[in-house]
Design a protein around this ligand. Structure first.
Ligand code: CP
Length: 318
């Protein structure tokens, strides 16, 4: 594996899931693989799960993990080519990234979209520039449009929790939120579920929250949440802001929050969310604290997803 930026870097998803589950069963089975290797984890934005799980995964493989909160502690980076740097940015990525390429063996980066200019965000300039100038493998810890480690984790979690010999019905539902959030978790989940190809996949959201068609693929899309939830085996809950009129909140109807009453429409569905979650805005207490919630299990699987990916970068086997 050269980089890990999207599902296109994953190769055989089932094989990668199997590898992650092997690490879950035997966390230290490859504890020498990363000996004397170093991963730099750059955060331009906040994180809890991604930061900790990636560090633990690296340490399980014997790697040193160094976290650098660039957004708070580093020089403000410029990403545009030929920029005249007379504004707030202090250092160009084409100067910083090659140095990181000398310090580290793998570079992992978290950056969020601006939600101001769709073309800029969807060009994934930050990640592309690090790949261009670092000269070492780059892992996305969430980018402007995608969150591949989260989505890989989600498929691991679904695989563990569905043992029937039929196709699961998986529903991605929009949920209300107080702030405009990126589309990246929803984009990425759709991209991975489509590539996995082992689900009856439905996306439901209010009008005006259509996602980019390149990620929706062949999923069924409906504005009627009740219809979507019928017979669902898994309900993935996530807010996102508008894609067409970019980065806005239109409808924020609290009726879209998942409740136990709505869960009755499903096939006793397991409920997933990437976290952090706004309780009783995005998801109700009764769901999060109830028996159908997979959120803690899902977040704990982030370690094995990251460990499988780092292992494939250090020593490709799949
Ligand atoms: N789900 C997720 O990426 O969590 P953090 O933002 O805490 O890393």
């Amino acid at each position: 594996m050269e980089n890990f930026i999207s599902v296109h870097d994953a190769g055989n998803i089932d094989a990668l899931v199997a590898k992650a589950l092997q690490y879950k069963a035997h966390p230290f089975s490859d504890s020498s693989l990363g000996l004397h290797k170093r991963i730099g984890c750059l955060f331009l934005n906040p994180s809890m799960r991604t930061r900790l799980s990636t560090q633990i995964a690296a340490q399980n493989l014997g790697m040193d993990a160094i976290v650098f909160n660039v957004g708070q502690e580093g020089w403000a980076l410029e990403f545009e080519e030929e920029a005249i740097m007379s504004g707030s940015t202090v250092e160009h990525v084409k100067d910083a990234a090659p140095i990181m390429g000398r310090y580290f063996d793998v570079l992992a980066i978290r950056t969020f979209p601006s939600l101001k200019n769709r073309e800029d965000d969807y060009s994934e300039l930050f990640i592309r520039q690090f790949i261009k100038y670092a000269g070492i493998p780059v892992v996305s810890l969430e980018s402007a449009t995608l969150h591949p480690l989260q989505s890989f984790t989600d498929i691991i979690t679904i695989s563990e929790n569905f043992k029937e010999k039929r196709t699961p019905r998986i529903v991605l539902t929009w949920a209300p939120h107080v702030k405009p959030l990126p589309q990246c978790v929803a984009n990425s989940f759709a991209q991975w579920i489509n590539a996995w190809g082992q689900a009856d996949f439905v996306i439901t959201h209010p009008e005006d929250y259509e996602l980019d068609r390149q990620f929706v693929g062949k999923a069924t899309v409906t504005h009627h949440q009740d219809q979507a939830l019928k017979d669902a085996d898994f309900v993935y809950v996530k807010n996102w802001s508008t894609y067409e009129d970019y980065g806005k909140i239109y409808c924020n109807d609290p009726e879209w929050m998942l409740t136990n009453e709505k869960l009755k429409l499903t096939n006793n569905a397991k409920v997933m969310h990437c976290l952090p979650v706004r309780r009783n805005v995005e998801l109700s207490d009764e769901i999060l604290d109830g028996p159908n919630s997979l959120v803690t299990e899902e977040a704990s699987n982030r370690v094995w997803a990251a460990q499988a990916v780092l292992s494939e970068i250090l020593d490709p086997k799949i």
